[in-house]
Design a binder for this molecule. Structure first.
Ligand code: ADP
Ligand code: MG
Length: 887
């Protein structure tokens, strides 16, 4: 049978996800109808409904009407949202989320009618149903009775006490051998029979431990019991009452079970579809807790049951409580999954070893792990659930931090780096401390390989350092002055002037007679750095060489010789710099530019050459501070949070749909004045090949129809690197007017003559990434422009794109991005090579800071976790990081 609004297509899933995000945001922001501006939830929903109906009818012709029903159901919940009071709003948002869940998880329990797994084996094939069993009440055969005439259950004299305890705490102290239970296969759980093993395996569950650490996606709040008479219509509620009579009608393969349920306030007719076996299970006279929706059906009232439980038969796990919702796969139904987990929680959770030392737990106010695991599944209440989530989230962040501290210690406790002290007078035009005569006279170290002209670096520049540059340079100089190898990140917005900071560090190394190397991710960026740095270092009489894969053999040999002999002070290049057989006379400083982290492997490669230079990583992706602590937890961070004065802000305009022409006109007129433009193609997430295909089509369209008289170039991710570099070079050298590129293409080239950036489907990129694109223009003295184009003017898109129109501060945008999209979508996080977080959120900056503090504290007390009692923790860190060590 058809799922009424099951959403299987990727487009539908994306729409559901979008709606879900908005609703969650609305929850987080206190139901003030502020999640969507302007227009509020109702207007978001109206637009969403259009998309949804279009998507569903596009996906499958027969589905249009069904598709509409989800939209309608949502509209019923949220159409009058603005007029509701906060409590009602909260309930409606929850109900809407539940609708979305049931639409996106076809096997979830909210759709009992669609669970052949339960219904099929149980539905008797006999066409003539057995007469329903005797009931407590003779009304069974009477014609439909009006609800209010139904007998009311007396106020329950001994209404069952609802048992919702998370776990039966073991009555004896755990013994070490109990841990073996946790490693038993999941199939050893009573009721899990062999065919379910592969299904569980698909969820990553092989052992009982795996099952215990497979946490629910969320909990549905079925904990608040509503009295039947007070239950509002069309909302998900949970009621408890007495079963009076049960009847199942069959119509071919279909079955419809109804039961009359009453409590002291009223009665209601409960309905289940296609679960004929319930006829036997629902014994009149017993209590039932059921979650569902009270609906008007013609002139009758019925209660559409989503899940129910008979509290007298044991602990409540499916309803009447905060009910866990698990990720499911084909053939594994929610009730079965809950039953397995419940068994594991009761029998095995108490034996989980807590790897976090008790001292850390008490410092950070964390509950013990076994208790937290139990509460994660079957919480006693929200407070306990949140405490459990905090505990498990802490664990992940703590393991990340310990891994980071290990990396950093592995680097810093390794062979010492050369001490490279440099007098401030070498770098700064006016050191802001009063200069003492001996400082001023401080001769450069005598070890110099190169007779360095004693010019102050800053005086050779056409500008003065910004305050931020000054600060960053000081931090770097302080680091490299000692033999502890520096590991520092220099982060700064595009155009904040990282290059001169790098140059200052290279100069300090050279002044001590040590070479420096700068590693760039692509050849063209290496060339760019080479030109920039060679010019900056030239006044000091220092030789800079380039070393890349595409060089002619002779040039390359010359560069290598110069490095080996010590004639060259600085080498700029791609990975060739460290991976190949390049020998340095004395390498003292390694700088890595952009994107790719300088990983453990590269460090090891250097160490294997007997080199232990100071290390500086530069990135143009501004990251909120706390996030940097996690993503770059092994590095100290210097931030350039100030742009050089006098920059012309880039004029940013957001245009929806048909207004593309305006942007094209601007491209035309700028090119007519000798400038150049970028066009970033629509994002195709499925695959790089598809994206390349659509970029080629866009390129052809622009070339033949829009700019037939301009010179266009195309760069996408499927081009060979050499080919891509060729196109970028042509653009750099002005042989191309308009560069059409996909988002995957590294456009980090500096082309000061480019003044227009046009981004298609801008609403689908994160703010940080858009900001990166925008930073490709406005690098010269000309006024530059950035057009953000989006097909639709959805409320979220408009909010985000307006933020970008109004803000040119990369850090502010990074914060906004983190807030609006969450860290999963945060530019750079996915590529960061961090272990996957299951519970923790990178947006939880407080917990992140706490984990950092505790990890540092523990590390100081017991570096490398050598102590015996830290062995379990050490093992966890190792396992957690094992797959990521190479990054
Ligand atoms: P990024 O941080 O993006 O690598 P660059 O180092 O390429 O930035 O610098 C961008 C431009 O700003 C360069 O042309 C550089 O000469 C210039 N610049 C750097 N520092 C300053 C400064 N303090 N004042 C003025 N211009 C500066
Ligand atoms: Mg740069």
């Amino acid at each position: 049978m058809r799922e009424p609004h099951a959403a299987s297509g990727a487009g539908a899933q994306a729409l559901i996800e979008r709606a879900r995000r908005i609703l969650r945001h609305e929850q987080r922001t206190g139901h003030e109808d502020s999640a969507v501006k302007p227009g509020g939830l109702a207007s978001f929903l109206a637009r969403w409904a259009e998309d949804w109906v279009a998507e569903r009818s596009g996906a499958d012709g027969a589905d249009g009407a069904d598709g509409a029903s989800l939209a309608q159901a949502l509209q019923r919940q949220l159409g009058d949202y603005r007029t509701l009071d906060p409590m009602q709003r909260a309930a409606r948002v929850r109900a809407a989320l539940a609708l979305l869940d049931s639409a996106s998880a076809p096997t979830s329990d909210s759709r009992p009618a669609a669970q052949p797994a339960i219904a099929a084996p149980a539905a008797p094939s006999s066409p003539s149903p057995k007469p329903p069993p005797r009931t407590l009440h003779p009304a069974r055969t009477a014609p439909p009775v009006r609800e209010r005439d139904w007998p009311l259950a007396a106020p329950p004299p001994k209404a069952p006490e609802l048992r919702t305890r998370a776990s039966a705490i073991a009555s004896r102290a755990p013994r070490p051998e109990d841990a073996y239970l946790l490693d038993a296969p999941a199939t050893s759980i009573p009721g899990v029979w062999q065919p379910q093993a592969p299904r569980l395996a698909r969820l990553g569950v092989e052992t009982i431990r795996d099952l215990l650490f497979t946490f629910p996606r969320e909990h549905r709040d079925y904990s608040k019991l509503t009295k039947i008479a007070q239950a509002p219509f069309d909302e998900v509620v949970t009621v408890m009452g007495l079963i009076w009579e049960v009847e199942t009608k069959r119509n071919g393969p279909r079955a419809r079970t109804t039961a009359r349920i009453s409590d002291e306030t009223g009665a209601v007719r409960a309905i289940w579809f296609n679960q004929g076996y319930l006829q036997k299970q629902l014994t009149p006279g017993s209590y039932i807790v059921m979650t569902g929706v009270k609906e008007r059906f013609g002139n009758r009232v019925q209660f559409n049951v989503r899940s129910h439980e008979l509290p007298e038969q044991g602990d409540l796990i499916n309803t009447g409580r905060l009910t866990p919702v698990y990720p499911l796969t084909e053939g594994l139904n929610p009730k079965a999954m809950r039953k397995f987990v419940k068994w594991a929680v009761d029998h095995c959770a108490p034996f989980i070893t807590d790897h976090v030392p008790i001292a850390v737990r008490s410092r950070a106010g964390l509950e013990p792990l076994p208790e937290a695991v139990a509460q994660m599944h079957f919480p006693d209440g929200y407070e306990q659930l949140h405490a459990a989530q905090r505990r498990l989230a802490f664990d992940e962040l703590f393991l990340i931090q310990l891994g980071m501290l290990t990396r950093r210690a592995n680097w810093q406790d390794g062979p010492p780096a050369p001490a490279l002290p440099a007098p401030a007078a070498l770098i700064f035009a006016e050191p802001d401390l009063p200069v003492r005569a001996e400082d001023e006279a401080a001769t450069l170290p005598q070890t110099a390989l190169w007779p360095l002209s004693p010019t102050r670096f800053e005086r050779t520049l056409p500008f003065r350092f910004t305050g931020a540059q000054r600060r960053a340079i000081r931090e770097i100089l302080a680091d490299i002055a000692t033999i502890k190898p520096m590991s520092r990140l220099l982060q700064g917005d595009v155009g904040s002037g990282k290059t001169v900071v790098a140059a200052a560090a290279l100069l300090a190394a050279a002044a001590n007679g040590y070479q420096g190397a700068l590693l760039a991710p692509t050849e063209i960026l290496a060339e760019q750095h080479y030109r920039g740095l060679a010019r900056l270092l030239e006044p000091f009489g220092l030789l800079t060489v380039a070393l890349t894969g595409s060089q002619r053999a002779k040039e390359r040999a010359a560069a290598r010789d110069a490095l080996a002999s010590g004639q060259a002070a600085v080498a700029i290049g791609t990975h060739a710099l460290i991976q190949e057989d390049v020998a340095y006379k004395r390498l003292g400083l390694a700088i890595v530019d952009e994107q790719h982290r300088f990983g453990v492997e590269q460090r090891n490669a250097l160490r294997q050459k007997g080199l232990s230079p100071h290390m500086l990583v530069m990135t143009a992706t501004p990251i909120p501070r706390t996030l940097a602590l996690t993503l770059y937890g092994d590095l100290d961070v210097s931030t350039l949070d100030e742009l050089p004065a006098g920059r012309l802000p880039i004029v940013t305009r957001w245009r929806a749909g048909g207004q593309r022409q305006e942007a094209y006109h601007l491209v035309e007129s700028e090119v007519a004045q000798g400038r150049q433009a970028y066009v970033i193609c629509p994002l195709v997430e499925e695959s790089e090949a598809l994206e390349a295909k659509s970029a080629i089509a866009e390129y052809e369209r622009l070339r033949t129809q829009v700019f037939p008289h301009l010179r266009l170039g195309l760069a996408h991710g499927q081009l060979r690197p050499a080919e891509k570099d060729r196109v970028m070079r042509q653009f750099r050298d002005g042989e191309i007017d308009v560069l059409v590129a996909t988002a995957v293409v590294e456009v980090g080239v500096d082309v000061p003559n480019a003044t227009v950036m046009l981004i298609e489907d801008a609403d689908r990129f994160g703010l940080s990434q858009l900001h990166q694109f925008r930073g490709r223009v406005g690098r010269g003295s000309q006024q530059s422009y950035c057009y953000l184009l989006s097909k639709e003017a959805s409320a979220t898109a408009s909010e985000r794109l307006r933020t970008l129109e109004a803000t040119s501060d990369g850090f502010a945008l990074a914060e906004a991005d983190l807030r609006l999209r969450g860290p999963g979508d945060f530019f750079g996080v996915r590529q960061s090579g961090l272990p996957e977080l299951k519970v923790a959120s990178m947006a939880d900056t407080r917990l992140m800071a706490e984990a950092r503090t505790q990890a540092e504290w523990l590390w100081r007390a017991d570096p490398y976790l050598r102590a015996l009692e830290h062995a379990p923790l050490r093992e966890r860190v190792y396992l957690f990081w094992r797959n990521f060590a190479a990054h």
